[in-house]
Design a protein around this ligand. Structure first.
Ligand code: FAD
Ligand code: DHB
Length: 398
């Protein structure tokens, strides 16, 4: 069976859903195809930190109301090392900018609702998705729905299907360059029904490995600890998790970590990845389909949002004037920001994690780096401006 739309969007993550919403606001029709069920995408636990620019965009396009009510604004973060806390005053160092703690699956719920309320076409639980003819002006997406083969004819395809999706590998290998770094460790993430232990996120460097304390609500906390990349959650009964977190987060001033029942556990692989260019013909990659950052900088979802903001503008220009100028520049516009986020995420990882080849010298360098960034206003400002989110255009940093 055949269908038509202007935009065929593969993947209903933050990138695909927000792109569909932004296009709709400009009168451009799209269809979003998603492998998983609505219930599944609305309950998968992932990111939590939204940059100021992401918050501003979600608000401006009418999907920020619940976020503003239920999310929490944080004006600083804490770097903990040597058993002591050092606060980075994000707000004071960036002229009043901040971050919002609001779970990614809540952003997903808000976007799905906005699309469905506007009559948007989101097809869940499709299978066998493949993209075709995107080197012509008549691309197609083929898939099965309820087992029935379907074909979606469109003017362009947006590959928003995450790192393991099918869009990126559909670009001929000779037409893309991939940059990748894989780390020997991962993050063990938990959700715990416990009171807050800290008003602000704590990034802790410890000889036993990195730990992170974040939050979702006054009653629900999100914590991570560095683990072996091949580790198994079966190796981590609740008591071991709390013991390890408490050891890595111990301070010299009597602070204590509040524990409680653990309701979710998962291991996240650590990877840095970029594909260049992020487009081929009429196929445009956005979000994790094009790049992965280590989670230490909290940048992944924010980069996905930044990509689709650029793509939506370029497509709007195309559909109003048939000009392909912005579309042709899509990769060039996105990639500098992607690499700046890679640099920052790599740096945050490098100064806080235990590496396999750890030697006493590297450990001292990490401490010197952390000491510098928490005692020099210039260095702290550099961290803060990256953490709250760099502007789209690097020239405005001058
Ligand atoms: P995804 O969210 O991966 O969405 C892709 C969608 O495509 C999925 O729903 C998938 O089911 C679907 N799909 C895949 N293949 C197909 C196919 N063939 N056909 C149709 N659909 C398909 N980022 C931050 O900004 N801040 C943070 O604090 C942060 N913390 C993180 C913590 C953890 C533990 C993890 C794992 C990630 C974190 N991130 C963070 C990263 C962030 O979650 C991702 O960067 C973000 O989800 C990227 O969005 P996306 O829409 O590009 O891809
Ligand atoms: C969270 C995730 C991150 O990757 C991070 O750097 C900080 C917080 C979170 O899930 O809350």
């Amino acid at each position: 069976m055949g269908r038509e739309t202007q935009g065929g969007i593969v993947g209903a993550g933050p990138a695909g859903l927000l792109l569909s919403h932004l296009l709709h606001l400009q009168g451009i029709d799209s269809v979003v195809l998603e492998l998983r069920s609505r219930a599944d995408i609305e309950s998968t636990i992932r990111a939590g930190v939204l940059e100021q620019g992401t918050v501003d965009l979600l608000t401006a396009v009418g999907v920020g109301e619940r976020m503003r009510r239920e999310g929490s604004v944080h004006h600083g973060i804490v770097l903990r090392f040597g058993g002591r806390d050092h606060r980075i005053d994000l707000h004071g160092l960036t002229g009043g900018r901040a971050i919002m703690l609001y779970a990614q699956h809540e952003v997903i719920k808000d976007l799905v609702k906005a699309r469905l309320d506007a009559g948007g076409r989101l097809l869940f639980e499709v299978t066998d998705v493949s993209v075709h003819d995107f080197d012509t002006s008549a691309p197609k997406v083929r898939f099965r729905q309820g087992g029935e083969p379907q074909e979606l004819r469109c003017d362009f395809v947006a590959g928003c299907d995450g790192f393991h999706g099918i869009c990126r590998p559909s670009i001929p290998a000779t037409r893309r360059t991939e940059y990748q770094r894989i780390y020997p460790f991962g993050w063990f993430g938990i959700l715990a029904e416990a009171p807050r232990s800290t008003p602000e996120i704590i990034y802790a460097r410890h000889e036993r490995g990195f730990a992170l304390v974040s939050t979702r609500s006054p009653e629900l906390q999100r914590l991570y600890l560095q683990c072996d990349s091949k580790d198994d959650i079966a190796n981590w009964p609740d008591e071991r998790i709390w013991q390890e977190l408490k050891a890595r987060l111990a301070t010299t001033d009597g602070w204590s970590l509040m524990d409680g029942p653990i309701t979710q556990k998962g291991i996240v692989a650590m990877r840095s990845f970029v594909v260049e260019p992020m487009q081929y013909g009429r196929l445009f990659l956005a979000g994790d389909a094009a790049h992965i950052v280590t989670p230490t900088g909290a940048k992944g979802m924010n980069l996905a949002v930044a990509d689709v903001r650029v793509l939506a503008r370029a497509l709007a220009e195309f559909f109003t004037s048939r000009s392909t100028e912005l579309l042709e520049r899509y990769s060039q516009t996105c990639l500098p920001r992607v690499w700046r986020a890679q640099r920052f995420s790599w740096w945050m990882t490098a100064v806080t994690h235990r590496f396999d080849d750890d030697d006493a010298f590297s450990g001292q360098l990490q401490l010197a780096e952390l000491d510098y960034v928490t005692s020099s206003r210039a260095a702290a400002t550099a961290l803060a401006e990256n953490y709250v989110g760099l502007p789209m255009d690097a020239s405005s940093l001058k």
